[in-house]
Design a protein around this ligand. Sequence first.
Ligand code: T5A
Length: 211
Amino acid sequence: MKGRFITLEGIEGAGKSTVAAFIERTLQAAAVEVVRTREPGGTPLAERVRHLVLEPGTEELSALSETLLMFAARAVHVANLIRPALARGAWVVCDRFTDATHAYQGAGRGVPPALIDELAQAVHADLRIDCTLWLDLPVPEGLARARSRSAVRDRFESETLAFHERVRAGYQALAAREPRRIHRLNAAAPLATVEREVDAVVQQLLRDRAP
Ligand code: T5A
């Protein structure tokens, strides 16, 4: 059986980790091997890059440096974890992927989309995302959720409201461009409602899988 690649996207606190765990349980109940992972990170080396890019730090990290670090981590992650898992038929559930670079570094920080596309082409040209769940909710709600969980803010959580609004608009534009791949879910709804909608998408993917 061929593996499937599912990604989760959205602003801070949208509920991606919660939904990723739900998908993992759903797939395990269907006897599917599932690999749950995240970006930046997912392997020991890529997690070290995650630490570098998220910690507030004392040196300036330009938008370009941030973009290159995201793709450096992604290249390691794709080669060491994602590709091998898909090759053996596992389903990979990834909390953020290249759409996040378009939304955060592209829409949020102004990095040209053409540069992001070029890096994506170099890192994972032949990797097809089967389904992306975009958990969408108003920025103040997402930030309140994220901040209620931890008092310590990373470099992105410390960003302005305007930055996070641009990120959300970036996701909106991506979803408009690729409506077949990117499913928008109302993440402001109660968790049970969100999980019901996610379940419908996952059950459809299970029905569509090759025998
Ligand atoms: N980044 C990442 C880039 O800039 N470019 C890139 O290319 C990539 C890959 C990663 C950061 O890196 C940036 C973006 C990010 O800022 P992260 O920790 O992975 O950081 O991302 P966060 O969004 O910060 O992750 P969070 O863990 O904060 O948010 P989640 O996973 O979306 O939310 P979750 O599931 O932890 O839920 C947050 C809280 O809300 C509750 C949960 O119980 C939890 O307490 N909740 C709900 N409450 C009510 N109703 C619901 N429907 C709820 N769903 C969840």
